[in-house]
Write a protein that binds this ligand. Structure first.
Ligand SMILES: [Zn+2]
Ligand SMILES: [Zn+2]
Length: 378
């Protein structure tokens, strides 16, 4: 089959790779209808994940048709149209039984990140062994392990370009709003106007926030943000963000600050003097009101130094992290999509055949031509 592969730092190629096969009784094979780019993969593309090996099939957000099921798969049949959650979780280990599917003990094949993180977390499609080593969705076919746990039938009225955002972007955003405990009357600030930031703002509005402000430096993205009723935008380049946020929150600072700016640019191993990242996180900690909550949605694989831990303690902040909720939240989001309460297809600013995957990622990485996300069709 054809697939978009990582070939080394900043080098991608669409090429022929072996077709996936069932390996376990709970696996199924999906023929991909759509897959979409994600900023969470940019550190991998840039060659900053040490374990990455040339030939990894990229992509962790996809929707497709079931073409083969293992004997233990109960919830899916051949020809079902499904969306597959980005996290690979077993559904049965201690963590999965607590509902912490993204922390699954069994969904990952390796402990490559143990020196930095401790025990491994759930796997992720299209990532190296650190996150499971599962071939990704920028391909014609994908093996889906634990199919009954991670894949969900797409309602007939939800088209592929909307459903593909239920794989990761929407679950991450709604998880962020939940981790922040966002409720009626809250003032919420979100750093990052990419797909996850925009969807987090929408989730905050849906949960009754009084005021939602998205911070970014790209005017084209911020114009998209303000098309969501109830969402305001701040551009770093023109305004003093901290002063503006105080002004818009009765002088206190936002109740909830969500860092949805994507992985920081910092190192992925214990720091050795590489450039620092984490600008959005530092600003979120600074801006947040005393006793408020800061949510970190994607730390990538990385580290951030010069972290203002003093402010966290002195201001009594709650800091919560969550790359994603795991697949558990997907059915509710698909229901919202079916009722047109959750609209996502406009985030696919560009649509290309998978054969043009290299061009698509260049566009996405450079945020060229107003690009938010690129959807690929194999
Ligand atoms: Zn993603
Ligand atoms: Zn598990």
């Amino acid at each position: 089959m054809r697939a978009l592969c990582w070939e080394g730092a900043d080098a991608l190629a669409v090429r022929r790779v072996p077709d996936p096969e069932l390996r376990n009784a709970h696996d199924m094979i999906v023929r991909v209808r759509r897959s979409v780019t994600c900023g969470g993969d940019l550190p991998l593309l840039a060659g900053r994940i040490p374990e990455a090996a040339a030939g990894e099939v990229l992509g962790h957000e996809f929707v497709g048709d079931v073409v083969e099921v293992g004997p233990d798969v109960r919830r899916h049949r051949v020809a079902d149209r499904v969306v597959v959650g980005a996290s690979v979780a077993c559904g049965a280990c201690w963590f999965c039984r607590q509902g912490l599917l993204a922390c699954c003990d069994n969904g990952t094949s390796g402990g490559a990140a143990e020196p930095e993180w401790g025990p491994p977390t759930a796997g992720c499609y299209g990532r190296p062994a650190r996150l499971g080593g599962f071939a990704g969705g920028h391909a014609e076919f994908v093996r889906v392990p634990y199919a009954d746990v991670g894949a969900f039938a797409v309602p007939a009225g939800v088209d592929d370009d909307r459903a593909v955002f239920a794989a990761d972007a929407a679950p991450a955003a709604w998880h962020g709003a939940e981790l922040g405990g966002i409720g009626p009357g809250d003032v919420v600030a979100v750093w990052g106007a990419g797909a996850v930031g925009q969807l987090t703002a929408g989730a905050a509005v849906a949960r009754g926030a009084a005021r939602v402000v998205v911070v970014d430096e790209h005017d084209d993205r911020l114009r998209m943000v303000t098309r969501n009723p109830g969402v305001e935008a701040l551009n770093h380049r023109y305004v003093d963000v901290l002063a503006e946020l105080r002004e818009r929150s009765g002088g206190r600072g936002p109740d909830v600050c969500v860092d949805a700016a994507g992985p920081p640019a910092g190192p992925t191993r214990w720091p050795t003097g590489e450039p620092d990242g984490g600008v959005a996180l530092r600003e979120a900690v600074h801006a947040c009101r005393k006793g408020g909550t800061v949510v970190v949605l994607d730390g990538g694989a990385g580290f951030v130094d010069r972290f203002p831990v003093g402010a966290v303690a002195e201001k009594g902040l709650v800091v919560r992290g969550g790359r994603r909720a795991g697949p558990g939240a997907i059915p509710e989001l698909l229901d919202r999509m079916a009722r047109d309460e959750l609209v996502t297809e406009h985030l696919a600013t560009h649509r290309l055949p998978l054969e043009r995957g290299v061009d698509g990622y260049a566009l996405f990485r450079d945020r060229a031509d107003g690009c938010v996300r690129v959807v690929f069709t194999p």
